[in-house]
Design a protein around this ligand. Structure first.
Ligand SMILES: NC(=O)C1=CN([C@@H]2O[C@H](COP(=O)(O)OP(=O)(O)OC[C@H]3O[C@@H](n4cnc5c(N)ncnc54)[C@H](OP(=O)(O)O)[C@@H]3O)[C@@H](O)[C@H]2O)C=CC1
Ligand SMILES: CC1=C(/C=C/C(C)=C/C=C/C(C)=C/C=O)C(C)(C)CCC1
Length: 317
């Protein structure tokens, strides 16, 4: 149970990746400012989290089952929280979907929206009325750079995050009137099971319905570039957890929070030309005309950011 003075933080999707790391980071806060309710849809997957939490488990971190796709599960989970009192709600659970749209069924697309969009809406609808009554609270949403800028072959995932951005941008104004903050976290690529699950799915798929040229552009042009980008720019779940901690500890938290400055110019393109031509043409050229050049650029970028080059040139040893 939370001590008085401790903030109650409820996080969705803590079985792996970013959610797990946020839960552990907050539960291990030096000043013990948080009581973390780490949730996951299948508690059989709790071992990794429990191990990473160490001593904090059972003290500043407790577990509850929660499937964001089920109205009943969401209600039951929040009813199990003492006085339904949640100070900070962190909407992290999400799923990816990659590939040519011709080969993705409408049912699969709906599942992505059910988790990434309606899952968050369901959580906010359940928690917000209590926050409004108390005139306090902070809602955090794990969006993505793909909530700000479309990326080829990520059409449906991108659309689900754009939907979230529109919903939250609208909600933020009303919530401010009730002294409730709303913050979006916008990571670029992060090394988690999200990446591995998507690559496994891609390897299994045969892309029925997509023509040979499209499948070739996806497999031989997009995927290698995407792997390059993950290698050169990929952050760790710990980077994201640290960024989120700063956001919730800020006295005036920002609405949008990019976590990776290397990605900022990519997102900024659409604001430099409101017709959209600059971003569409730049991404086309990057992918189809400068693919090999991008590979070299990404390799140099990776080398610079890992600082091995700097060490080799500056260090006397
Ligand atoms: N990795 C990346 O490159 C980026 C990720 N993001 C976003 O970060 C968030 C976390 O992803 P990440 O940690 O990378 O990926 P992971 O796949 O490692 O984690 C996703 C988590 O969401 C959970 N989840 C999925 N569906 C549901 C559901 N219906 N109810 C409750 N939990 C569910 C998963 O649980 P289970 O184990 O049961 O499947 C898992 O715990 C997502 O919203 C993602 O869109 C944003 C930008 C970049
Ligand atoms: C291929 C390619 C790109 C790929 C970007 C990727 C792969 C981003 C991944 C982001 C993730 C995984 C977000 C999760 O929410 C760019 C940079 C747009 C430039 C054009 C070519």
């Amino acid at each position: 149970m939370a001590n008085s003075g401790q903030k109650v933080v409820l996080i969705t999707g803590c079985s792996s990746g970013i959610g797990l790391r946020i839960a552990v980071t907050l539960a291990k806060d030096e000043k013990k400012r948080y009581h973390v309710i780490a949730t996951m849809r299948d508690l059989k997957k709790k071992d990794k989290l429990v191990e990473a939490a160490g001593d904090a488990y059972g003290k500043t971190l407790t577990l509850l089952p929660l499937d964001v796709c089920s109205d009943e599960s969401v209600k039951q989970c929040i009813n199990n929280v003492k006085d339904r009192h949640i100070d900070i709600l962190i909407n992290n659970a999400g799923v990816g979907l990659l590939g040519p749209v011709e080969s993705i069924s409408i049912e699969e697309m709906k599942k992505v929206f059910e988790t990434n969009f309606f899952g968050v809406v369901r959580m906010i609808k359940e928690v917000m009325p209590d926050m409004k009554k108390r005139r306090s609270g902070h809602i955090v949403v794990m969006s993505s750079v793909m909530g700000l800028q479309g990326v080829v072959f990520n059409d449906v995932y991108t659309a689900s995050k754009f939907a979230m951005e529109g919903f939250c941008e609208s909600m933020a104004v009303q919530l401010m009137k009730f002294n409730i903050r709303l913050s979006m976290i916008e990571p670029g690529p992060v090394h988690t099971e999200f990446e591995t699950k998507m690559m496994e799915d891609v390897a299994k798929m045969e892309y029925p319905g997509a023509d040979a040229d499209t499948v070739r552009y996806f497999k031989d042009v997009y995927l290698p570039s995407s792997i390059d980008i993950f290698e050169a720019m990929g952050q760790t779940p710990d980077d994201i957890a640290k960024c989120l901690k700063k956001v919730i500890e800020s006295s005036s938290p920002r609405f949008r929070n990019l976590t990776n400055s290397l990605y900022t110019p990519i997102v900024a393109l659409k604001y430099a030309d409101e017709t959209g031509g600059l971003s569409v043409n730049t991404f086309y050229n990057l992918l189809f005309n400068f693919g090999p050049l991008m590979h070299i650029t990404m390799s140099i970028l990776k080398c610079l950011t890992c600082s091995c080059l700097r060490r080799r040139t500056i260090s006397p040893n």
